[in-house]
Design a protein around this ligand. Structure first.
Ligand code: DX5
Ligand code: ZN
Length: 215
């Protein structure tokens, strides 16, 4: 059974408290908070205040997904806001080992995000420094994009590298998760399903969380 991480990007931003509670009551395991800078991606989303308020009011672990340039400058403000897991994108970082170490040294789980256009081979060198892996099955920037089928070969390769290196970290898949893709992802070994539009669009939050939890 996979864990479900509810991506608040797709929430109604005015009713976010209610929607997050509905996801929590239905059994969501984590909240996924995308932070977007308008430069790395052509969209803007979430500052540290949102993370701090969610942390205080919602009672679920908070996973912050930094979809921004210069994560080495921005991560401390999300750490102070109470993030439990901090993920940055591999393609924006020149010294990922250094950044993973810094995040861990602050007592926070350090995550690495890999976009659909990038391979997973560097995991061979990074796994021992990290606690969390987000494989993206859409380009960073928006919810509701088409699901990239190439995720399955990456998922398989990531699992293989983990077996070979003896270091296993949770594999999360982010983007285009529905009941249909979720079922295939769980079968292929995903540990955490990150879902936005599927959960929050259409007034069926509870039912949709339960449908992913049941996979
Ligand atoms: C995309 C974000 C995702 C997004 C997924 O940049 O990282 O977390 O919320 O949205 P859906 O589930 O709608 O594809
Ligand atoms: Zn995300």
């Amino acid at each position: 059974m996979a864990k479900v991480s509810a991506s608040i990007l797709a929430c109604n931003q005015v009713r976010i408290g209610e929607e997050v509670q509905a996801a929590k009551q239905a059994g969501a395991d984590l909240l996924h908070v995308d932070v977007m800078d308008g430069v790395y991606v052509q969209n803007l989303a979430c500052g540290p205040q949102m993370v701090a308020d969610l942390k205080r009011d919602c009672g679920l672990p908070i996973s912050v997904h930094m979809e921004l340039l210069r994560p080495e400058i921005f991560w401390p403000m999300f750490a102070r806001a109470g993030a439990d897991i901090l993920t940055f994108q591999l393609d924006v970082c020149r010294n990922p080992i250094h950044l993973l170490r810094e995040i861990r040294a602050a007592g926070i789980r350090a995550g690495l995000g890999i976009g659909p256009a990038y391979g997973v081979e560097s995991l061979r060198y990074l796994l021992h420094h990290m606690d969390w892996l987000i494989l993206m099955s859409v380009e960073p920037g928006y919810g509701g994009q088409p699901f990239e089928e190439s995720i399955f070969e990456k998922l398989q390769r990531a699992r293989q590298i983990m077996e070979e290196s003896g270091r296993r970290v949770p594999i999360c898949v982010d983007g285009g998760v529905t009941e249909e893709t979720g079922r295939r992802l769980v079968k292929a070994g995903a540990d955490v399903l990150i879902a936005g539009s599927f959960l929050f669009q259409g007034n069926k939050i509870g039912r949709r969380v339960r449908s992913l939890k049941a996979l």
